[in-house]
Design a protein around this ligand. Structure first.
Ligand SMILES: [Mg+2]
Length: 232
């Protein structure tokens, strides 16, 4: 297909984006990650926590540092951390979110999930939210591969575009709660919305052209991808 004819793709991050950061899942996850570092690297809780955040800052994902420097099995990590989270107690179906996504006109834009988590976790979250049927596909961080990439590395955005079947950066929409992920997407020309929680402090410099305080604001910043209200 010629690039001119390509239908735009809207990429959605999953964690702390499709569900609220206030659910505190990142804290539950951080505790399991610390525990994993502690058990596998024989570290004190304090050293485990420090290393976890150093890898998170350096690589965007704690697991990338573990695999690079400690030959940790990423799939074992996934089963002890992401897949071990008691999400069923926390993530509930969200009709408002479902309506928002359903109001996007799929004759104008295609919907694609784009996560740094492994496929098992990504699918589990969207299923619990009861929005799993609304997306055409998902690009995830492939922990089973010898060399895997995650956002904000360029290879990961390339992978998402390839899997979603789109060539033009200018036709990619994106929403993510991560500052560095949004900055990288914005730099390559994606129409990027950085999602901040209402309680988050204002960044000194915006990560991307658009910054929103709730997913519902997508209607205001990207009206061109939504169904025409007059024809509803
Ligand atoms: Mg996120």
């Amino acid at each position: 297909m010629a690039e001119d004819d390509e239908k735009p793709v809207f990429f959605f991050d999953i964690d702390n984006c499709l569900y609220s950061k206030s659910l505190d899942i990142h804290r539950m996850m951080a505790e399991l990650i610390d525990k994993f570092f502690e058990d596998h690297l024989s570290l004190s809780r304090e050293d485990a926590n420090e290393l976890h955040y150093r890898y998170y800052r350096e690589y965007g994902l704690a697991i990338e540092g573990l695999v690079r420097h400690h030959k940790v099995d990423a799939l074992e990590y996934n089963s002890k951390v992401d897949d071990a989270l008691p999400l069923e107690n926390v993530i509930k179906p969200n009709p408002e979110l479902r309506q928002l996504i359903q109001d996007i006109d799929t004759s104008k834009v295609r919907l694609w999930l784009f996560t740094n988590a492994y496929i098992t976790h990504g699918k589990r979250v969207v299923k619990l939210l009861q929005i799993d049927d609304l997306f055409e596909g998902i690009t995830f961080c492939d922990y089973s591969s010898d060399k895997f990439f995650c956002k904000p590395h360029a290879e990961m955005y390339d992978k998402a575009m390839q899997e979603a079947g789109i060539k033009s950066n200018e036709k990619c929409y994106f929403v993510d709660d991560s500052y560095i992920n949004c900055k990288a997407a914005d730099a390559r020309g994606w129409k990027t919305a950085h999602l901040l929680d209402p309680a988050d402090p204002e960044p000194t410099q915006q990560a991307s052209r658009y910054q929103i305080r709730g997913l519902m604001d997508l209607r205001n910043i990207f009206p061109e991808v939504f169904k025409d209200p007059s024809s509803a």
